[in-house]
Design a protein around this ligand. Structure first.
Ligand code: CLR
Length: 264
């Protein structure tokens, strides 16, 4: 115990030292968040750029459009869960996240993971033809027709388009994603002050890189996007409730367990 006491500022062990007081600490914090972002995004931006010519053909779009509502929902739920799993991995490597209680980690992921998937979507989005990389090719809104939730799909695509317009760097996306996750306003948090300490350090990190990039005006725009994210996710939950009511069997037995655990 004496040993522990003599190293009170180990940033990984001591939650109280998370707030980065020196520039070196904030650089380390940012570097570590950027590293975990890089290691948990399935594709690199250059790879996605090189894949842009792969667009679904008319026939392939037809195949998606002729799927039944529950078939298409199940398909998308699997794809989304896959993406969420990477976000969970990302979260675990945000300095301070693993020091939160299990309950608080889950509470943050319940609302935050879907929001981060939507933030990450801008990397997978081509604004030239409004398509998103889905199942190995670029797909437009019409591909998701059989989900029967056109308003959600349109809103998600609009959001991706607006996010792309900000032209964020990978570092900015990484820090913004972390800030979206570590949010003291989420319901059901046990230890809000502990979450707040982690949130402040991430906020400090984002402010630092935005300042370094000479883009101060970005902070305001990013906070605005956070409000849009919140409304998109409640729309997603609303659609999921609607779907589960109409297709209880699919929702119950064919949706991935993680999808049910986080959103149901
Ligand atoms: C987002 C970024 C991730 C990779 C990824 C995987 C699945 C994609 C998702 C991205 C974007 C949104 C997406 C999703 C599959 C289905 C979903 C295209 C590219 C659309 C919007 C349909 C949502 C349907 C729900 C209502 C079930 O790193």
């Amino acid at each position: 115990h004496d040993l522990v006491a003599s190293h009170p500022y180990s940033p990984l062990e001591d939650p109280y030292s998370l707030y980065p007081h020196s520039l070196r600490n904030v650089d380390e914090l940012c570097a570590s968040i950027v590293r975990s972002h890089r290691e948990t995004t399935q594709y690199r931006v250059e790879e996605l750029q090189a894949l842009r010519w792969k667009v679904l053909s008319r026939e392939e779009i037809q195949v998606y459009q002729s799927k039944s509502v529950d078939e298409m929902w199940q398909h998308c739920a699997i794809r989304l869960t896959d993406a969420v799993q990477y976000v969970v991995e990302f979260a675990k490597h945000i300095p301070g996240f693993r020091m939160l209680s299990q309950n608080d980690q889950i509470a943050l992921l319940k609302t935050g993971s879907m929001e981060v998937v939507l933030v990450r979507m801008c990397r997978y989005f081509n604004t030239e033809n409004n398509t998103v990389f889905f199942d190995g090719k670029f797909a437009g809104v019409e591909v998701f027709k059989s989900l029967a939730c056109g308003d959600l799909i349109a809103a998600v695509f609009d959001f991706a388009h607006d996010m792309c317009a900000l032209k964020l760097t990978e570092q900015q996306i990484a820090l913004f994603s972390a800030l979206v996750l570590i949010n003291t306003e989420r319901p059901c948090l046990e230890d809000r002050s502990r979450v707040q300490r982690v949130q402040r350090s991430v906020e400090f990190g984002l402010t630092h890189i935005v300042h370094r990039d000479n883009q101060e005006s970005l902070m305001h725009k990013l906070y605005q996007r956070m409000a849009v994210l919140r409304s998109l996710c409640s729309l997603h939950m609303e659609k999921l409730r609607w779907f589960s009511q109409r297709y209880p069997l699919t929702a119950h037995s064919l949706f991935p367990p993680l999808y049910k655990e986080l959103f149901a």
